[in-house]
Design a protein around this ligand. Structure first.
Ligand code: MRU
Length: 363
């Protein structure tokens, strides 16, 4: 996507194949900062600390982490240990373990001494395929947006509500939930996006608002609690969110607060769609509500908030009383019955076991 007039991806390899560069998303929207990651420990830390975040992007970053590991030791044992280390960085989004497993499977077919080059190429393929998948999600989602827009008075912009950041910053490019919005913009279909702030880390306020602004898409930031009210007033035509893991039964795990939006959408007859590359589908997990591990993050994300002070410095301030007990589950699971449909790179399908089996080709 375009940042300050330049086409960018969120991750790019060094020409010497000895490092990978990412945008430090903790500094956005205030500062543009790039990180150069040179080994698996730095990759793990960037994922764990959410310098990179978003399910598809952490998968691609972890793939490069294994490629960097190959420069030090590329034996089967070293790669398995590296995979376990990386997978533990963030447990909920299945794209991470999917990408590291794909790297392991590919490298198992290559002699140890040739693994560096093969790993670098495979990580690049994972990144490129993510871009292609998300662009295809954009095309399939655009068809859905056109169907819903056709039922509105001519000229009225389509009102989309989204939660968290499932835009290009959460992927290698295009995004998942926002890819249809970018395709609509390019096709001349008028769209306006309601952006949930997304407490506690505010990925909506800081990242979605920033990237929509960069692309020139009209949007309005709203408090997380405003969505039900907007839907009741007829101001939301559809909800589109991303996903961190979709189980075989169609249950969808996404950023905490997504479930409440699905409930409000259901109560108000607003379509609730989930955009997901098939790397987010966990065919081995039967039941999402029961089985998806939910990452518990530091309570400080809740008790403190970061932003610019009057001098333009990034600072963190305390919101809650000192020592306040706080719990911080980072994701929730929306049961399949509340999901109107899934948008994948292979087309749209129902959030249901048979439909998911057939679109994914899973056994
Ligand atoms: O904790 P984060 O910021 O990594 O959470 C991201 C989300 O929940 C996204 O909505 C999800 O990964 C889908 S991204 C295309």
């Amino acid at each position: 996507m375009i940042v300050a007039g330049q086409a960018r991806r969120t991750i790019w390899p060094a020409a010497e194949a000895d490092a990978v560069y990412v945008i430090d998303q903790r500094s956005l929207p205030h500062h543009w900062q790039e990180l150069r990651l040179t080994d698996i420990a730095e990759v793990h830390q960037a994922i764990r600390a959410m310098a990179v975040r978003g399910a598809p992007l952490i998968g691609a970053t972890a793939a490069y982490g294994l490629a960097l590991q190959c420069r030090h030791e590329a034996t089967d044992a070293a790669l398995q240990a590296a995979k376990a280390f990386l997978d533990g960085a963030r447990p909920t989004a299945v794209n991470l373990a999917w990408a590291t497993q794909r790297m392991i499977d590919r490298l198992a077919t290559v002699p140890v001494e040739a693994r560096c080059d093969a790993a670098w190429a495979e990580a690049g393929a994972i990144a490129d395929e993510d871009v292609a998948a998300n662009e295809a999600i954009g095309e399939h989602g655009l068809a859905l947006l056109r169907e819903i827009a056709a039922k509105k008075p001519a000229g009225a912009p389509l009102q989309v509500l989204t939660h968290c950041n499932a835009g290009w910053l959460a992927t290698v490019d295009w995004g998942t939930a926002l890819a249809p919005v970018y395709k609509a913009q390019a096709a001349g279909l008028a769209v306006h996006v309601w952006v949930d702030e997304t407490r506690p880390r505010n990925q909506g306020a800081s990242l979605t608002a920033w990237e929509l602004g960069q692309q020139g898409v009209p949007f309005t930031l709203v408090a997380d609690n405003a969505g039900g009210h907007l839907m009741q007033r007829g101001q939301v035509d559809l909800v589109i969110v991303g996903a961190d893991r979709v189980a075989a039964n169609g249950d969808v795990c996404n950023k905490i607060g997504t479930y409440l939006k699905a409930l409000a959408a259901h109560d108000n007859g607003v379509p609730f769609h989930v955009a997901m590359p098939l790397s987010t589908f966990d065919a081995a997990l039967a039941d999402g509500v029961a089985g998806i591990p939910i990452e518990e993050r530091d309570a400080r994300e809740l008790t403190h908030v970061a932003g610019l002070d009057g001098k333009g410095e990034l600072v963190e301030v305390q919101l809650a009383p000192a020592g306040c007990p706080a719990a911080n589950p980072a994701f929730d699971v929306t049961p399949a019955r509340l999901v109107s449909g899934l948008i994948t790179e292979r087309g749209r399908c129902r959030a249901e076991a048979g439909a998911l089996r057939s679109i994914s080709g899973a056994a």
